[in-house]
Design a protein around this ligand. Sequence first.
Ligand code: AMP
Ligand code: MG
Length: 347
Amino acid sequence: MDTRVIQLEPGNAKSTALYRDVARLLSEGRLVALPTETVYGLAADALNEAAVAEIFAVKDRPRFDPLICHLPDARSIETIAEIPADVHGLVNKLAENFWPGPMTLILPRKSCVPDIVTSGLPTVACRVPQHEVMRGVAKALGHPIAAPSANRFGHISPTSAAAVQKELGGRIPLIVDAGACSEGLESTILRPCLDEKGKPAVEILRQGPVTVEQIRTVCRVLKPVREAQKNPVAPGQLPSHYAPAKPLSLHDPKKLFTPQPGVRYGLISYRGDSPLAKQENWQNITALSPGSGRLAEAAVRLFAVMRAMDEREDIDRIIAEELPETGLGRAMMDRLRRAAAANTLPD
Ligand code: AMP
Ligand code: MG
């Protein structure tokens, strides 16, 4: 199959017509790769079982990994989710603070949502994305859009149309290219619940661009992510995921690294000026945020830098500096740990 790529600047006068064309393709059961602020998504009409089944086939994704439904506005979540009365106020507050944006809420599902979307779970994942292309197409379609990241299962999520082309070129009819993603990490996933005193709170099922610090300004955060991993609901929460093909290990930027003879190493450094980065054994050093070190800039670049390192022919293994675990650093360390777990080498 030929994969067509359409370039689009959001806000462009032609965009409304394009949203309608893409919505028509989706309503015919086809798949389209669409940009969001987090990563590029592989979109299908969430209420069309056969189209959603095609997502799993194209990605080689196991059927027990549920999908996120994207909606044009917060009001429309009631078309697919039943919001329990005791967390209604909390859901409204979270929506006001973080939607449209990179936050996903897990809520009890309505019966119109096919089993294949939720992997048979009684809940559905809902998000109102910031990116106007995904919202515009969802509005034109009049249905929620199921869209996991547009990569093969277990690979690094694509943050550009070129990365989608490498992952899924030849497998899907269309990629809408609206440039690089502005966040670069998958959404923060929250499950609204009640604490031991019956007060509304959330559990964080996946760390992402909306940070714990930001969520705490709205409500109590119940349990640390690491505990959720012990009992994963889906592969997005498994210890090994988001993996480059080459082995990747984490290293303390202040400690000496001892290279193995004959192995060519690349370093993913936070700022590029750590004691580790000053060692001379690197074939390549790429800084996520050169100079002052800004976590937001590092987050946007992380997956693209992991991909670029993976594609270099002069590198056998990737070493990534441990990042400060505050704010966005938590979500980045989460992805890096999973990438490292996927390719653990016997010593
Ligand atoms: P992505 O691969 O970025 O589309 O994210 C999908 C992830 O959302 C899955 O791997 C799960 O971790 C999570 N998810 C989706 N639906 C549910 C659900 N009903 N309950 C818990 N987690 C979910
Ligand atoms: Mg994914």
